[in-house]
Design a protein around this ligand. Structure first.
Ligand code: GLN
Ligand code: ZN
Length: 808
């Protein structure tokens, strides 16, 4: 396992951390809970078949984030938080959380997506003067803690090159400075960490270097390779591997002090490279760089490659002869049970790569999948209420614990031969076969409809005609004002939904409660003077799960929690079969909303790419085919909305950027199918029906062409924090349709003043034709409270009026 979920089977860590934040528990109580959770985890992994003394159990705990953990252990804290560290440069746990979450005017570290997952890490800020020393040995203490409980773990730490490549330059860094300039300092601190681990008796350490599988690093590949060579020369060559860790002294640093060992011993090093292949083109001429060759040339003892996302290399590497190649054959990033015989074929092929030994593992950390299929409730469809899973799925799924079993079985086959696990191989084959043959996996009508699609189904008419027809129908003022969809999800709304889910509130009463909420939200928007109204999305638990619950082909879990960032977890739906829409989903809510007002009401849907991105998706057909199935279901929904008289439909695609492949060579194909599925969903409407889309959570500069390609009539996009940066970018790319750059940062409780909003809006109308500009917040308001929302929207409307007046 390259890592294991750390939030707890019942989200124990989340609850403990949040109780600490709320001041309800002490730091000692939090640490005690975390310790219990860590020990339960390592014992569980041993029960599932990992060795208690061979370092196969990963030590991958984190209170918040593994990148922040490195920054904390190096004391690499931005100067605005310097006062939180002690004389040694160390953060206490409260300080650590403050760096993650901010305090007053001191913004937290920025948060961004971890490779192509939905996990968010914290971006360290590293300048020329940022302190970098090995100051916090939490990793060592956790190793000792497990060892004393009888399990020798393999501490898992983000590697030095990836740590710096993911960092951003501190604000005061000079031009041309790159965090990688600090490589020597960082590596020196890692060397101290490795010495401390060796002194504590750790036989192995895992250093994660996934940066080597992406094309999105700022430095040329030759420089990145040089960084790898230099870092691992210091760590692997200059330090001496402990050959017999059992004989090392085991006294520890329980006091929190760093062992002042002068010996140059280190644990054996496993470098892991999850999320993709190690080979990449260097330049336009087709030259390639091979980071597996780079790693093979170092003195590390083992290299873990992702054999799910990438094919095995074609030819052997001489330098691997002294190393173990850990083949990530079991998918750490999706939840399907593997066909073990095909995985054994991969392992067999890997034996030809020249490695001294071949071992088996997961392709990525299991952080990205839920704990255990056995935590779900299985019941025949229609026989039970709530989140129950179709019993057929039990056999098809492998969550983290099942994957541990798969890896253990494959490991036995490696050492004892296939015959030793013949029964397990057979069972896995049978499960995969039963899935492929099950009803609902392939629905002929869906296949026929998809096969009959033509280019015309992906295209709307001329934009100028559409714009004229829409203006005539909607008659909107210049700089029309609107919101992104959701209004605050109040405690009353959550309570009503919880009661309804439990069966304590009838369907009819729940509908009444939601309708009352919608009526309140409509009245508020009219009072505020917004131009295009929404219903506020009170009936949605989550923008993806809601649709998954209403479409066939999806399942939703009861306990399938996955960490998204910090203490936040999500339960991604499982898209297992062909997608169909048994009945209209949003139409009654939108029609009811429209009946309450004379103003235009926007229908609100989640787009196909985002539904895929935030679900576990079937792996038995190309993603583009699955996306088109979702697109067709949404197309039908939009047709129904249109038929009830809804004139504007917004299809949210906040995850459009997130699924962008890590290698540039794979990006055009992705953009092609993702944009295509959106167009398929939205191209069935009349010219006078206005299609909006909404993008957020990323910088979209890299996919400007795709935004244009969506061909939406209006695109709202997060822009407040970047001060409208995207607007000139869109203009320069020739984008000429409606654009609503967010003028209110809804991620913060701050209420922007009318002047601030006016200023942002003026920036926008200066950089693009004011005729195409819309005025809206950055994103939905569901996480905000009404105390913040109402004055902020008042200021937004006032700013729109002020700027309108200047347009003449
Ligand atoms: N319509 C959604 C909302 O307002 C959009 C959310 C999002 O972009 N993440 O909540
Ligand atoms: Zn958004």
């Amino acid at each position: 396992m390259l890592g294991y979920p750390r939030i707890g089977r019942r989200r124990e860590l989340k609850k403990a951390v949040e109780a600490f934040w709320a001041g309800k528990t002490s730091v000692d109580e939090l640490e005690a809970t975390a310790r219990e959770l860590r020990l339960a985890t390592v014992r569980r992994l041993v029960d599932l078949g990992l060795g208690a003394d061979d370092a196969s159990v990963p030590g991958s705990f984190s209170y918040y984030d593994q990148v922040l953990d490195v920054a904390a252990s190096l004391g690499a804290v931005p100067s605005r938080f310097a006062s939180l560290t002690d004389d040694a440069g160390r953060l206490d746990l409260a300080g650590y959380f403050t760096v993650a979450r901010g305090q007053g005017d001191d913004a937290p570290l920025e948060m961004t997506k971890w490779f192509d997952t939905n996990y968010h890490y914290l971006v360290p800020e590293i300048g020329p003067d940022t302190p970098i020393r090995f100051v916090d040995d939490r990793v060592v203490r956790e190793f000792v803690e497990a060892k004393e409980a009888g399990v020798v773990t393999r501490p898992v730490v983000v590697g030095p090159v990836t740590f710096l490549a993911l960092s951003k330059a501190a604000d005061d860094a000079p031009a041309g400075y790159s965090p990688l300039d600090r490589l020597d300092d960082v590596v020196a601190a890692y060397a101290d960490l490795l010495r401390a681990l060796a002194a504590a008796g750790a036989p192995w350490v895992q250093l994660d270097e996934p940066i080597l599988v992406t094309d999105s690093v700022d430095v040329p590949f030759t420089e990145l390779a040089a960084a790898v060579e230099s870092a691992y020369r210091t760590l692997a060559t200059d330090l001496r591997p402990v050959s017999n860790p059992g004989s090392l002294p085991t006294e520890t640093s329980g006091s929190g002090a760093i062992p002042g060992s002068t010996q140059d011993a280190r644990p054996a090093i496993l470098v892991a490279t999850p999320f993709g292949g190690l080979e990449t083109p260097v330049d336009a001429d087709g030259g390639t760089h091979d980071f597996l060759a780079t790693l093979a040339g170092t003195d590390v003892e083992a290299i873990a490659i992702d054999a799910v996302r990438a094919d095995l290399p074609d030819s052997p590497y001489d330098d691997l002869v002294s190393k173990t190649l850990v083949v990530g054959a079991i998918d750490g990033h999706n939840i399907w049970r593997a066909d073990l015989s095909t995985k054994l074929d991969v392992l067999d092929a890997a034996r030809d790569l020249g490695a001294g030994a071949v071992a088996v593992g997961t392709s990525t950390s299991l952080l990205h999948v839920p704990h255990d299929v056995e935590d779900e409730v299985f019941a025949e469809p229609g026989t039970a209420s709530g989140t129950t899973l179709d019993p057929r799925l039990r056999d098809w799924l492998a969550f983290a614990d099942q994957k541990v079993g798969e890896v253990a079985t494959l490991a036995r086959a490696l050492t004892e031969g296939r015959d030793a696990v013949a029964a397990e191989i057979e069972a896995s084959r049978a499960a995969v076969t039963s899935r492929s043959e099950a009803s609902g996996v392939v629905v002929p009508a869906v296949r026929e409809r998809a096969a009959a699609l033509t280019d015309a189904d992906f295209a709307r008419g001329d934009y100028a005609e559409r714009a004229a027809a829409q203006q005539e129908r909607l008659n909107l003022p210049p700089l029309p004002t609107t919101t992104i969809g959701s209004f605050p999800q109040t405690p009353e709304i959550r309570r009503a939904r919880a009661q309804w889910t439990k069966g304590d509130l009838s369907d009819a009463d729940y509908t009444v409660a939601m309708r009352e909420e919608i009526a309140r939200v409509v009245a508020l928007q009219e009072e505020l003077g917004l131009d295009v109204l929404v219903h506020g999305e009170p009936e949605r638990n989550d923008m993806v799960q809601y649709f998954a619950e209403h479409l066939d082909g999806f399942a939703v879990t009861a306990n399938g929690w996955v960490q998204s960032y910090g203490s936040r977890c999500v339960r991604p739906p499982i898209l297992w079969g062909d997608v169909t829409r048994p009945a209209p989903i949003t139409v009654e809510w939108s029609a009811y909303t429209a009946s309450l007002t004379e103003k235009p009401v926007k229908g609100m849907l989640t787009g196909p790419v985002t539904i895929l991105a935030w679900s576990f998706v079937r792996d038995d057909q190309p993603l583009g085919d699955t996306a088109n199935q979702v697109g067709l279901a949404l197309r039908d929904e939009i047709a129904d909305l249109e038929a009830t008289g809804i004139g504007i439909v917004q299809v949210d695609e906040p995850a459009l950027r997130e699924l962008l492949p890590l290698r540039k060579a794979d990006q055009p194909a992705y953009l092609d199918w993702s944009v295509g599925s959106f167009r398929l969903a939205t191209s069935g409407v009349a010219a006078a029906t206005q299609i909006h889309t909404h993008l957020c959570y990323s910088e979209f500069g890299e996919v400007i062409g795709a935004i244009d390609g969506l061909d939406a009539d209006v695109t709202s996009v997060e822009a407040a924090r970047s001060r409208m940066e995207i607007v000139p970018e869109l203009r320069d790319a020739g984008y000429a349709r409606g654009i609503g750059p967010g003028v209110y940062d809804i991620h913060s409780p701050r209420i922007p003043s009318t002047e601030e909003v006016t200023e942002l809006l003026e920036l926008a109308v200066k950089s693009i034709d004011p005729k195409v500009v819309w005025v809206n917040p950055d994103c939905g308001l569901k996480t905000r409270r009404y105390e913040e929302t109402v004055p902020s929207l008042e200021h937004l409307v006032a700013a729109a009026q002020a700027v309108r007046a200047t347009l003449g």
